[in-house]
Design a protein around this ligand. Structure first.
Ligand code: FAD
Ligand code: SF4
Ligand code: SF4
Length: 208
C-alpha cells in the first residue's frame, strides 16, 4: 500500500497534502482491518476505497498541473494548467509516464549541493546572535552516536549546520539553519534542542 506523498497525493494547485496523507492512512487502516490475514485482498480493498474517497476526487480535479508546468515552465504553465482542463489544445500524457525527471525540460543543466540550496533559501540570522541549536550532552555524541551511527546530524541536516570541529560534533553554522527541525526529530539520542531564534531570523522563502 502506498499512501500520502509517496503515492503523489498532493494537490499541487493548492500545495496541500496533509489531509490526503491522513485520509489515505485511514483508508489503509480500514482495508487492513477488513482483511487482517489477507494482505493481497487488503491492498485491493485499499485501492477501491481510495478510488471512492475524497482523495481520488481531489487528485482528479488537480491533475495535469505538474505536467503542464514541466512542459511550459512556471509562468505560462500555471495559468495554462487551469485553462488546460477547459481548453485542451496541447497533448496531455499520462502523468506517471510524463512526469519523470529525465523529461523535465526546465531543469538547470548542473548539479546542486547543500551549500547552493542553502544559499538559495537566503537564510538570514544575525551572525552574533546566540545559537538557537544546542547539543544537550556532547558526551553521548562522542561515546555512543559517532561510533554507532557516524554522527547522522552532519548528513541529515539539509543546511550543513552540524560539523565535527576538533573531534567534537557541534551546530557550527547555526546561521544557515532552515528551521526544518529535522535535527530535533532525527537525532537518535534526542540530544538536540531547537529553540525559536531571535525575531525575524530564518529563511527568506518569499525571495526564493
Ligand atoms: C514546504 C512545504 C509546505 C507544505 N505546506 C502544506 C500545507 O500548508 N498544507 C498541507 O496540507 N500540506 C502541505 N504540504 C504537503 C504536506 O507536508 C505533505 O503532503 C504531507 O506531509 C505528506 O505526509 P506523508 O506522511 O505522506 O509524508 P511525509 O510527511 O514526507 O513523511 C514521510 C516520512 O518517512 C520518513 N522516511 C523516508 N524514508 C524513510 C526510510 N527509508 N525509512 C524510514 N523512514 C523514512 C521521512 O523521514 C518522513 O518522516 C507542504 C509541503 C512542503 C514541502
Ligand atoms: S545525531 Fe545527535 S547524538 Fe548523534 S552526533 Fe548528532 S547531536 Fe550527537
Ligand atoms: S532545524 Fe533543520 S536546518 Fe536547522 S539545524 Fe536542524 S536539521 Fe539543520
Amino acid at each position: 500500500m502506498i499512501l500520502g506523498d509517496a503515492a503523489g497525493f498532493v494537490n499541487m494547485l493548492k500545495i496541500k497534502g496533509l489531509h490526503n496523507a491522513i485520509d489515505s492512512g485511514i483508508q489503509a487502516a480500514k482495508a487492513i482491518a477488513a482483511n487482517i490475514d489477507e494482505p493481497y485482498k487488503a491492498a485491493v480493498t485499499y485501492t477501491e476505497l481510495i478510488e471512492k474517497s475524497n482523495v481520488a476526487k481531489e487528485m482528479l480535479s488537480a491533475r495535469n498541473f505538474r505536467q503542464t508546468v514541466a512542459k511550459f515552465g512556471p509562468l505560462q504553465g500555471m495559468p495554462l494548467s487551469v485553462l488546460g482542463g477547459l481548453l485542451p489544445k496541447y497533448r496531455v500524457e499520462t502523468d506517471y509516464e510524463a512526469m519523470t525527471y529525465a523529461r523535465y525540460r526546465f531543469r538547470p543543466n548542473r548539479e546542486f549541493d547543500k551549500d547552493t540550496f542553502t544559499a538559495v533559501a537566503a537564510t538570514e540570522h544575525r551572525e552574533e546572535q546566540p545559537s538557537h541549536l544546542t547539543i544537550v550532552d556532547s558526551n553521548i555524541c562522542e561515546t555512543e552516536c559517532t561510533p554507532r551511527f557516524t554522527s547522522p546530524c552532519i548528513t541529515f541536516c539539509p543546511a550543513g549546520v552540524y560539523e565535527t570541529v576538533h573531534d567534537e560534533v557541534k551546530p557550527a553554522n547555526p546561521s544557515n539553519c532552515l528551521h526544518c527541525k529535522t535535527c530535533q526529530r532525527k537525532c537518535p539520542f534526542d540530544n538536540i534542542r531547537w529553540t525559536v531564534p531571535e525575531g525575524g531570523g530564518g529563511p527568506r522563502y518569499k525571495r526564493m
